[in-house]
Design a binder for this molecule. Structure first.
Ligand code: SD4
Length: 353
């Protein structure tokens, strides 16, 4: 079990009953239409930000420096997820993330607002804050998604600094992995085992940060950023930069984001599905559960050993989550409490590894 997962297990044991109750009854904010202030502009929504995993607590607090002052949800989610992107101890997001099986740290990120504006980058290298490049794609290009070399070129044109993202710690872990992996980096003409019997990364194949925010004016936004699955194939892209898979926001309904094995999320258009289920009247929790059950139903065997978690917030500020495996948690931050961490319900209730 990784240090992070061990920490999470410990911290969840410390979650008090009162906090769980608080988590179950997240107060609803006044409804607004299309992510805009309600007619007349008098109704004030309760600002709230939620994000995946325990490291979402620090990310939420950074987002709150903007939301708490009445700032825009889009600025809040960008600022919030930059925290794990820069955290060298976090091996699944940004700088310090575990590399692909050839030793390259490649990052995926997406951002979306309540009006359907969105931007993303996939398999981008050498840039510490892919989320900010994704926002530039959204705001300064006619496109939605830039990948690889082209994404890097755009980032450099936009003034982002090129840097080495592979930390000594991550490099050491990669060398450890190579000792048992049936794969040697570089052109590998002898071994063509692409790991078709299972996803690489094991316990490291989740932990993306997905964040959803609603600001004091009722505007919704979301962001999702990751280094993806550890030891993935070179060129592999997960769910996080795919709008509708790793992230989706609709100002009339709410937003959803995902963590876990991206292939399963993409197959089911996971976050879009969660938002559409909320549109049909499901609560965020019910919608997340249904999206998880679609995956489990299609992949009954595989789902025993993979993790996928969804987190959703509707435009009233109601929050819910659901995961395949035990151990998923989400952070909640609002005017009442800035360091909430709530264990998600899951299909399986015992730990896996
Ligand atoms: C992916 N959803 O690339 C991501 C994995 C994850 O840290 O959660 N990674 O499939």
């Amino acid at each position: 079990m990784s240090d992070r997962r061990r920490f999470l297990k410990g911290s969840l044991l410390g979650v008090s009953a009162s906090m769980l109750a608080w988590g179950g009854k997240l107060a609803a904010a006044p409804a607004t239409r299309g992510g805009q202030p309600a007619a007349g502009g008098t109704a004030k929504a309760a600002a709230r930000v939620v994000s995946t995993w325990d490291f979402g607590v620090a990310a939420n607090q950074a987002a709150w420096t903007i939301l708490g002052k009445g700032g825009h949800a889009l600025d809040a989610v960008e600022t919030g997820v930059q925290v794990p992107e820069s955290d060298l101890k976090n091996h699944s997001v940004g700088k310090g993330g575990y590399p692909d099986r050839d030793g390259h740290v490649t990052l995926d990120a997406s951002i979306m607002d309540a009006d359907g504006n969105c931007g993303a980058v996939a398999a981008i290298e050498h840039i510490e804050h892919p989320i900010s490049v994704a926002r530039r794609v959204m705001e300064r290009t006619p496109h939605v998604l830039l990948v690889g070399e082209g994404a890097l070129q755009f980032a450099l044109e936009q003034g982002f600094r090129k840097q080495d993202l592979l930390t000594p710690e991550a490099e050491k872990a990669w060398h450890e992995w190579q000792k048992t992996a049936r794969y040697k980096p570089s052109i590998n003409s002898e071994v063509h085992d692409y790991g078709s019997t299972g996803m690489p990364g094991g316990a490291h194949n989740h932990d993306t940060i997905g964040m959803l925010a609603i600001d004091a004016n009722g505007r919704l936004a979301g962001a999702c950023t990751t280094s993806g699955m550890a030891w993935k194939m070179r060129g592999r892209v997960g769910d996080s930069p795919i709008i509708g898979a790793g992230l989706y926001v609709d100002g009339e309904v709410g937003g959803a984001t995902s963590t876990g094995v991206g292939e399963e999320v993409i197959r089911n258009a996971g976050s879009f599905l969660v938002v559409e289920l909320m549109r049909q009247g499901r609560s965020p929790q019910e919608a997340c559960k249904e999206a998880v059950m679609r995956i489990v139903k299609r992949r009954r065997e595989a789902s025993k050993t993979i993790q996928v978690g969804f987190l959703a917030m509707n435009r009233e500020g109601e929050v819910g989550a659901y995961a395949i495996q035990h151990g998923f948690a989400y952070a909640v931050c609002d005017a009442q409490k800035q360091d909430g961490l709530i264990p998600s319900q899951s299909v399986y209730t015992t730990s896996y590894s």
